[in-house]
Design a protein around this ligand. Structure first.
Ligand code: ACO
Length: 376
């Protein structure tokens, strides 16, 4: 007698699956729009500081001047690299990828926090501010030690973005550069249930601590299909060489069935809402550093990719060359993404905890039928 069984519907990659609600951001692929707590990201990028956006993501509203000053003060006092964290960074060889260094450092930041398991909202807000302040110190120090340069002490008199650049380069660059960096951090800050944010929510759903969730999220972001793409874009540019070679390079790469880094998106199919704002920031950098050659390569590759595949660039496409022009090492690009996205991750961690349910999907077994060990 044959039995009819209903096959479970499997959505590989969870494509199209709505896993939960969130009040933090709304991605609308139909209108190519992205809202943080209701505000279009373009408006935030035009008018807000990065700390204002962090506050908005965590609290749901923009800060009053007093609330912003309190956040800035709290962060300013924690900008110096803690002794244990510096020691941990020094232990990791410079042959390791900066994302591995950052993942290790965040783990140590967590392990040395006596309040690591305080899961109250206040406790998690304090940890979020700590990470906001500490991650730039790790990223900046790691890039410097790779270049054989000494650590640069934090400057409490500087704003968040200026201090980040000061700790990396030993000076505050031109306001054009500072502003482009601020814009990139705001655009990278949050993007609903992307792979790294979902990772953070899965870890949080077990009632693990905030640092563990961020460490897991860093691991997810490292991959080239996600945050690692901004670094990969720069490798592609290096491989192509000049603007004139872009089309031929693309034809060969597509014939070899290669993924073209910085193009395509799981949610946006007609263009990434953040690209025009980041492209405008890149254009100011191209003008500032007088690099029309880089702009031409960018345009030629994009034009050819859209013509061949009708696949649009994502945020990593303009941000990769922008970070290159700012002077960051290519391997530092994804840690910069962490410095920004950490704000979104921590907002999601707090949201997950506020209405938690263990995240535990089912699987459809596809292995051998039940069998038994042979008699011995
Ligand atoms: N280069 C070449 N072909 C691509 C690309 C690309 N960048 N992106 C999608 N495609 C093609 C696929 O080969 C596939 O073609 P097929 O149907 O003929 O096999 C089709 O488009 C659909 O691709 P999927 O992988 O199924 O689409 P998915 O939604 O899963 O992919 C992803 C999204 C992973 C981002 C993909 O576009 C990609 O690999 N891009 C390159 C990596 C990248 O830039 N990542 C950054 C993401 S955004 C961010 O993190 C800020």
């Amino acid at each position: 007698m044959s039995q009819t069984q209903t096959e479970p519907e499997i959505r590989k990659g969870l494509v199209g699956v709505v896993a939960d609600t969130t009040a933090i951001s709304k991605v609308n692929p139909e209108t190519n729009s992205l809202l943080y707590r209701g505000y279009p990201v373009q408006e935030l990028a035009a008018r807000c500081t990065f700390e204002e956006v962090a506050y908005l993501l965590w609290h749901g509203e923009l800060p009053t001047p007093a609330e912003l000053a309190a956040l800035e003060d709290a962060g300013r006092g924690q900008r110096a690299l803690a002794r244990e964290v510096r020691a941990a960074v020094d232990l990791v060889p410079t042959t390791a990828h900066p994302m591995d260094v950052l993942r290790t450092a965040v783990s140590v930041i967590g392990a040395t926090d006596p309040a690591v398991d305080d899961a109250s909202r206040e406790g998690n807000l304090a940890k979020s501010v700590r990470l906001l302040a500490q991650i730039p110190a790790v990223v900046a120090y790691d890039q410097r030690r790779r270049r054989g340069q000494d650590l640069v002490e934090a400057r409490p008199d500087l704003g968040y973005v200026e201090n980040f650049l000061h700790m990396t380069f030993g000076e505050v660059p031109d306001p054009v550069v500072v502003d482009a960096f601020r814009v990139s951090l705001i655009l990278y800050a949050e993007h609903s249930f992307n792979a790294s944010t979902f990772t953070a929510r899965v870890i949080t759903s077990t009632l693990s601590d905030l640092y563990s969730a961020v460490v897991g999220a860093i691991g997810a972001l490292k991959g080239p299909l996600h945050g690692g793409a901004n670094e990969a874009v720069m490798h592609v540019f290096d491989e192509i060489g000049t603007a004139e070679d872009a089309e031929a390079w693309l034809d060969t790469a597509l014939a070899e069935k290669r993924r073209i880094m910085g193009f395509g998106h799981r949610v946006y199919k007609h263009g990434d809402s953040r690209v025009p704002t980041m492209k405008a920031a890149l254009d100011t950098l191209v003008a500032h550093y007088d690099r029309p050659d880089l702009a031409a390569l960018y345009d030629n590759l994009e034009r050819a990719m859209v013509a061949r595949k009708n696949i649009q660039p994502n945020l990593d496409y303009p941000s990769g060359p922008a970070y290159h022009l700012m002077g960051f090492d290519t391997a530092t690009f994804t840690p910069l993404f962490v410095a920004a996205r950490n704000t979104g991750w921590t907002a999601h961690i707090m949201e997950q905890l506020a209405a938690n349910s263990l995240i535990r999907p089912l699987s459809a077994y596809s292995g051998p039928a039940e069998r038994h060990l042979p008699q011995r």
